[in-house]
Design a protein around this ligand. Structure first.
Ligand code: GRG
Length: 296
C-alpha cells in the first residue's frame, strides 16, 4: 500500500468517526425515520466532501473546533441529495454505495422524509459550531457559504435544471452550468468552508472557489465516464443509469476520449490554482490528482 493510500484510509476513518458523533440515536416514536437517516449516512461512501473540507482547513492552518460540525453537515447535505436523487420520481435507482437505496429499504415516503430530515439536521449540526467557537465571525461566514451553495443558486438549482432537461439535447455550455451547480457547488462549499474557518480572507476564499469548481467539474465528468465504463461492483450502483434516464452527459456531448482528457485538464488546473496560493498541502494536491483515475 502506498503512503497516499494509507493516509487516505486513516483520514476517511477519522472523518467517519467525527460524523458519527452528530448522528441521532434511533429511539422514540420517530425511530424509523432516525433509522433511515443513520442507514443512509453509515452505509458507505467516499466522504470526499468532508475530506476536501478538512484538508483545505489543514492547508490554511486551521485550529478552531468549529470544523467538526461542518464536516458532518456537508456529508448530511450530500447524503440528502443522494437519497432524493435515487427516488422513483428522479433516477429510480435501487442500489447505491453497494447497498439498497433508502427508498428500497424504507419505502418512498420514509425516504423523502429521511432526505428532508438530513437537510434540516445539517443546519442544526452546523449551528453547533457557534457554540464550539463563540464569537468567531468565521463561523457565520462558513454557515452562509453552506446555505448558499446548497440552495437555489447552488446544488438544488443545478438539479432543477438537470431534471427539467432530462431527455433533451443540451449544449456543452448548458451541461457545464448544470455540473457547476449540481455537483460543483457542494465541492466549492467544502473547500471554501475549510479555508474560511481557518481564517482565509474573502479573496482567498474566491480563489479556492475557482480551484474547487475545477475539482467539481472533473469529478462530475468522471462520474459520467464511470457510468459507461465502470464496474458495478466497484461503484456499488448500476451502470448505464444516464442512458436509462435519457440523460445528456459529458460523454454523449464530447465523446469518451475528450471527456477523459478534460477530467485531467480540470484537475491539473485546480492544482495550478492551489499552487498559486501562499499555503501548501501535498496530500490535498495528491488527492485531486488521484481522482482523475478513480474507479469508485
Ligand atoms: C429535492 C427531489 C429533490 C432532489 C434533490 C439535489 C439533488 C436531489 C441531487 C443533487 C445532484 C446530485 C445527486 C449530483 C450528483 C453528484 C455526484 C457525482 C454524486 C456522487 O458523489 P460521490 O461519488 O458519492 O462522492 P459517495 O457515495 O462516494 O458519497
Amino acid at each position: 500500500m502506498t503512503n497516499f493510500d494509507d493516509l487516505m484510509k486513516r483520514r476517511v476513518t477519522e472523518i467517519k468517526s467525527i460524523i458519527k458523533n452528530y448522528l441521532p440515536e434511533e429511539e422514540g416514536y420517530q425511530r424509523t425515520l432516525l433509522e433511515a437517516v443513520d442507514y443512509s449516512m453509515l452505509v458507505g461512501g467516499k466522504k470526499l466532501r468532508p475530506l476536501l473540507m478538512q484538508q483545505t482547513y489543514v492547508m490554511f492552518g486551521g485550529t478552531s473546533k468549529a470544523i467538526g460540525p461542518f464536516l458532518a453537515a456537508i456529508e448530511m447535505i450530500h447524503t440528502h441529495s443522494l437519497i432524493h436523487d435515487d427516488l422513483p420520481a428522479l433516477d429510480n435507482d435501487e442500489y447505491r454505495r453497494g447497498k439498497k437505496t433508502t427508498h428500497a429499504v424504507y419505502g418512498e415516503a420514509m425516504a423523502i422524509l429521511a432526505g428532508d430530515a438530513l437537510l434540516n439536521l445539517a443546519y442544526e449540526t452546523a449551528a453547533k459550531a457557534f457554540a464550539e467557537d463563540p464569537g468567531n465571525p468565521d463561523v457565520a461566514r462558513a454557515f452562509t457559504i453552506l446555505a448558499h451553495k446548497t440552495g437555489i443558486y447552488g446544488m438544488l438549482g443545478g438539479q432543477s435544471v438537470d431534471v427539467e432537461n432530462a431527455g433533451k439535447p443540451l449544449t456543452k455550455e448548458q451541461l457545464l452550468f448544470i455540473y457547476s451547480l449540481k455537483t460543483g457547488a457542494l465541492i466549492e462549499a467544502s473547500m471554501m468552508i475549510g479555508a474560511v474557518l481557518a481564517g482565509a480572507s474573502d479573496e482567498e476564499a474566491e480563489q479556492l472557489e475557482q480551484a474547487a469548481r475545477c475539482v467539481g467539474m472533473a469529478f462530475q465528468i468522471q462520474d459520467d465516464i464511470l457510468d459507461v465504463t465502470g464496474r458495478e461492483e466497484d461503484l456499488g450502483k448500476p451502470i448505464n443509469s444516464d442512458e436509462r434516464n435519457q440523460k445528456t452527459t459529458y460523454v454523449t456531448v464530447r465523446g469518451l476520449e475528450a471527456a477523459r482528457e478534460d477530467v485531467k485538464k480540470y484537475s491539473e488546473e485546480a492544482v495550478r490554482l492551489l499552487g498559486e496560493m501562499p499555503y501548501e498541502n501535498e496530500f490535498l494536491t495528491e488527492l485531486i490528482l488521484h481522482l482523475i483515475d478513480r474507479t469508485i
